[in-house]
Write a protein that binds this ligand. Structure first.
Ligand SMILES: Cc1cc2nc3c(=O)[nH]c(=O)nc-3n(C[C@H](O)[C@H](O)[C@H](O)COP(=O)(O)OP(=O)(O)OC[C@H]3O[C@@H](n4cnc5c(N)ncnc54)[C@H](O)[C@@H]3O)c2cc1C
Length: 496
């Protein structure tokens, strides 16, 4: 069988590329180094608990519009995923008593925020309304490859105003737009946190396109939790891939992308096996693709330039906790963000992210228990060169520092603890196959919005990248966008 496309990795970006191509009739092979699909959207099971390894605040599972890319990717291969609506996106516990819930209903969210900053009522509305404008443009058109001129022309003629709107926002960052309308320094810090909690950079460095998407879709398609855990999305995509005639092979670690006469023609696995295909897609990060799978000393100039603009974000220290149900008062929200000092927002162990998926899907834990996934940024450099006992001791100390802080919002957490497993940047590197365990690329300095983020084609003929180190960046719905775009570009290149 001649393989049309080999996809290295079964993260959501890789799987959306693979399923989209298979749905168009292409012969697709996915090679995944781990035992199950999903990458950062995978899961693991311990003592009756099913923990998400990373993502848990899921956009893109809505029913309407065009930005519900996970729903659309699943239905393209005739599978579906039950989604549980989350009524509140985040419950923030921030400095200076800023305790605030982001309600699914837009007006209610604006009221909650205005109650803390009544003097900024107009500025708040103007800023978030401007985000809605971006979203409305995006949500009116098919989201495919911006590298395909005929598609761009078609979309432009169908939606000229939306396209012009998006072109205007493409080079802008959310912080600049916020500062046009808002003056209160604490409110601007809050906008920083609104961005930081998914872009891991403050608002000045967060592209307006991404902010418009996140700040609006949460009130439109909403944040939804997949029944059975986040891992279900990848499992369902694999089911759809196989139904459509595609193949996936696990424990298949690609060690080399084969290049002949300047063109990517195949891959070699750790066990020496070689597969050849018409097109090669890497769902590994750009750092892994261009320095591990290809010779680092032959890195194309545009990749070197990209690395001058973007750096690896930190990884995370993750606590996967099982607790007695009695610890959580009735009405507790699923997602929380905790920060006690604005100055520490971007520091290691500054912001703590919390997800309690069992509040939406109790079946993920044994009866009478809940899951808490708490994670906070950490750099791999702090976890290197430790003996096994030093490593274990450091993990334990760090975990208890986080638990002590969480006690303030969940009193009794320590006493109600049933299970605790700690992951470090080393864990993320090892199990997710991501250099330094990074969450993804972040700008080294303030850039022009999304203008510097690369699309799917690379400088090497026949080689494409997909996932969070391509346009438009991190997050499941974002990498699904990248997958749609990548498959579209390849399908056009191969004549499907
Ligand atoms: C702690 C944490 C919390 C997060 N929370 C959220 C959230 O709430 N909401 C949200 O939308 N996003 C969240 N994210 C981000 C989101 O999970 C990622 O942006 C997204 O899953 C990345 O998808 P991807 O397709 O780019 O790649 P990945 O998920 O990194 O998948 C890449 C796949 O490729 C495989 N692979 C790599 N190299 C090779 C190789 N050489 N050979 C074979 N296979 C290989 C890997 O094993 C992996 O399966 C979170 C991430 C983390 C880590």
């Amino acid at each position: 069988m001649t393989i049309d496309a080999i996809v290295i990795g079964s993260g959501i970006g890789g799987l959306v590329t693979a399923t989209q191509l298979a749905a168009k009739g292409a012969k697709v092979l996915v090679l995944e180094r781990y035992l199950i699909p999903g990458g950062s959207a995978g899961y693991f099971e311990r003592q009756g608990y099913r923990f998400d390894v990373g993502a848990s605040m899921i956009f893109g599972l809505g029913q309407n519009g065009t930005t519900n890319l996970l729903t659309r990717a699943l239905s393209a291969v005739n599978v579906s995923q039950e989604a549980i609506a989350d009524p509140v996106q985040i419950h923030y516990h921030l400095p200076q008593g800023l305790d605030l819930k982001v309600d699914r209903v837009y007006e209610k969210f604006l009221q909650n925020l205005t109650a803390h900053f009544p003097h900024e009522e107009q500025g708040i509305r103007r800023f978030y309304d401007e985000c809605q404008k971006v979203f409305k443009c995006l949500n009116s058109m098919d989201l495919l490859s911006l590298e395909e001129p005929r598609y761009l022309l078609r979309v432009f003629f169908q939606h000229p105003l939306a396209c012009l709107g998006l072109v205007k926002y493409l080079p802008q960052n959310a912080g600049d737009v916020a500062r046009r309308y808002i003056k209160d320094p604490q409110l601007l810090k809050f906008i920083d946190m609104e961005c930081y909690c998914w872009s891991v950079v403050p608002s000045d460095m967060t592209p307006m396109i991404n902010a418009g998407m996140v700040f609006s879709d949460r009130h439109y398609g909403g944040v939804n939790y997949p029944k059975g855990g986040v891992g279900q999305i990848a499992q369902k995509l694999v089911e759809g891939l196989e139904k459509a005639g595609g193949k996936i092979q696990y424990q298949a670690r690609v060690t080399k992308i084969l290049i002949e006469q300047g063109k990517a023609v195949g891959v070699q696995l750790a066990n020496g096996e070689v597969y050849r295909g018409k097109r090669i897609v890497s769902n590994a990060t750009r750092w892994d693709t261009f320095a591990q799978l290809l010779p680092a000393d032959e890195m194309p100039d545009n990749e070197k330039k990209w690395q001058q603009n973007y750096q690896k974000s930190p990884s995370f220290l993750s606590l996967h906790i099982g607790i007695k149900e009695s610890v959580l008062p009735t009405g507790t929200e699923c997602h929380h963000i905790l920060l006690e000092d604005w100055e520490k927002m971007t520091a290691a162990e500054g912001t703590v992210f919390v997800s309690i998926p069992t509040l939406l899907d109790p079946d993920l834990a044994p009866n009478g228990y809940h899951i808490i996934h708490a994670f906070t940024p950490h750099w791999i450099d702090d976890w290197q060169e430790l003996s096994p006992s030093e490593y274990e001791a450091k993990k334990e100390e760090a975990a208890w520092r986080i638990i002590d802080r969480l006690e303030k919002i969940f009193p009794g957490l320590d006493a109600g603890l049933d299970y605790l497993e700690v992951g470090t940047p080393r864990t993320h590197r090892r199990f997710l196959g991501r250099e330094d365990g990074t969450y993804g690329p972040i700008p080294r300095r303030k850039l022009w919005g999304l203008l510097n983020m690369p699309f799917n084609r690379t400088a090497i003929s026949g080689l494409y990248c997909v996932g969070d180190s391509t346009f438009p960046g991190q997050g499941l719905n974002a990498v699904a966008f990248s997958g749609f775009a990548c498959a579209h570009r390849i399908a056009v290149d191969l004549g499907f």
